[in-house]
Write a protein that binds this ligand. Structure first.
Ligand code: EPZ
Length: 429
């Protein structure tokens, strides 16, 4: 087990290269099950969520060739099961994409309910509603989702709430269904568009991804393809916030600036400078930050996955800021950790009121989930003194080589082994 040790106060300067998008990769890898062929996937991020998903496919019989650190070839011809057990799915929420992919391949899927970051209730009713509208029966027994159909038939699927996962799962099940599927009130995140482009590269007919309405004409067969995953919008946004918060000057490379518009706008509102290039953004931090209000929304609104990171800047901004979490029921658990570092925040349900303070001070804190962990790192980078972050296994799930990338930018951060030194005595403690 490891923790991070961060000595705060260094400005981040220089250049950082963004990796492939985690939330696209964890959808595209299961999508390879829709063809009995070989898919070559490039710009895949080297993070534990992706490695876990690769292991699940290998456990199902797929052959994976590792061409280099960011390129794999997946051959799903040998896959011979529609069952995915608990020990494989418990580590990864995105494992539920296997239901849509296996339905598309076998008209059958039996997948253990997923794990994943805990921000309160994470229902899957919209996923099940979509599968049923396509003609499947879907039941939950013994924490397994059991879905089956004689065949899948295209249908109109209206999403009561905008849901990334449900949109993706219905896309996966619909690409080989008979006839036309129309997903209305669809999620529009960049990774939805990336999955649609991947499916079309495999021979599917998906139109309208990135808008509220996605139309899918079912096809009989899909084939292998070569595809390069888009840059990670949230990793890029995290480095943008870290650059600004440390009053730094960083060129963030291999990005799609259009995906970052809401983050750039919010940083500029707080006083930072953001300069856009074709495939990079330069972020220059302000000496002092203005307070601002933040409401997270589905894309193209401000991403919920950037809420903890942006809140760190607001803890040292001048004045009072209001942060409203528009997607998850309980995504403020990390605030307790920021309060340990001297932040002045009141949370009431889905609203946090942040009163800016002069500075944060280093403290032992923990990561409660992936993006909360990223926020703890940013807080440690700007705090006076030393911060230690535990539970960094969460951060390893979604940020490739983040310690090395931050050290290259001038951060004083390193991993430290945690030895469990509790005395091994017989006496009850
Ligand atoms: C995806 O989660 C992302 N995970 C999350 O990112 C992200 O926070 C979220 O989308 C929103 O952008 C992956 O892509 C692997 P949703 P997902 O379905 O699909 C409700 C990260 O840090 N809902 O869009 O699970 C749900 O409760 C992770 O990378 C239903 O009510 O999110 C929530 O309030 C954390 N019924 C809202 O919709 C359903 O059947 C949005 O959830 C499904 C969802």
């Amino acid at each position: 087990m490891e923790k991070l040790v961060i000595h705060g106060g260094n400005r981040l300067t220089g250049e950082v290269e963004i990796s492939g998008a985690k939330n696209a990769a964890v959808a595209i890898i299961p999508a390879t099950l829709l063809a009995q062929d070989v898919c070559r996937i490039e710009n895949i991020p080297n993070i534990s969520d992706v490695i876990t998903m690769e292991h699940i496919l290998k456990n199902m019989g797929a052959r994976i060739r590792y061409i280099n650190k960011h390129t794999i070839e997946i051959d799903t011809k040998p896959v011979n099961s529609y069952i995915v057990p608990h020990e494989m799915t418990k580590k990864l929420r995105a494992s539920y994409y296997l239901i849509g992919a296996l339905l598309g391949r076998y008209n059958r899927a039996k997948v253990s309910l997923p794990g994943g970051c805990d921000f309160g209730v994470r229902p899957i009713d919209l996923h099940i509603k979509g599968f049923e509208l396509l003609g499947a029966t879907a039941t939950v027994e013994n924490a397994m989702i059991n879905a089956s159909a004689d065949h899948l038939t295209g249908s109109a699927v209206y999403m009561d709430k905008v849901s990334v996962g449900a949109t993706i799962n219905v896309m996966l099940a619909a690409v080989k269904a008979r006839g036309l599927t129309i997903i209305e009130n669809a999620a529009k995140e960049p990774h939805i568009v990336d999955l649609a482009n991947f499916l079309n590269a495999m021979g599917a007919d998906v139109r309208g991804a990135g808008t509220d309405v996605i139309k899918i004409h079912g096809v009989n067969e899909l084939h292998g393809c070569t595809y390069s995953i888009i840059p990670d919008q949230i990793e890029a946004g995290t480095y943008m916030v870290a650059a600004a918060a440390t009053h730094g000057d960083v060129l963030i490379k291999n990005v799609i600036p259009k995906h970052l518009e809401s983050i750039s706008a919010k940083l500029i509102e707080c006083g930072a400078e953001v300069i856009e290039y074709d495939d990079a953004v330069r972020v220059i931090g302000a000496e002092t930050f203005r307070h601002c209000n933040l409401k997270t929304m589905p894309h193209p609104g401000f991403p919920t996955d950037m809420q903890p990171q942006m809140s760190v800047i607001l803890t040292i901004a001048q004045g009072t800021s209001l942060v409203s979490e528009g997607v998850w029921d309980n995504r403020f658990r990390y605030i307790d950790q920021l309060i340990r570092m001297g932040a002045n925040v009141q949370v009431d349900g889905k609203i946090a009121v942040i009163q800016g303070v002069e500075e944060l001070t280093g403290a032992p804190v923990r990561a409660d989930d992936l993006r909360a962990g990223a926020a703890m790192i940013i807080a440690g980078l700007i705090a006076r003194g030393t911060t230690e972050v535990e539970n960094i296994i969460y951060i390893d799930r979604g940020y490739e080589d983040y310690v090395e990338k931050l050290r290259d930018l001038g951060a004083d951060i390193y991993r430290k082994e945690i030895h469990d030194d509790t005395p091994r005595t017989g006496a009850a403690s």
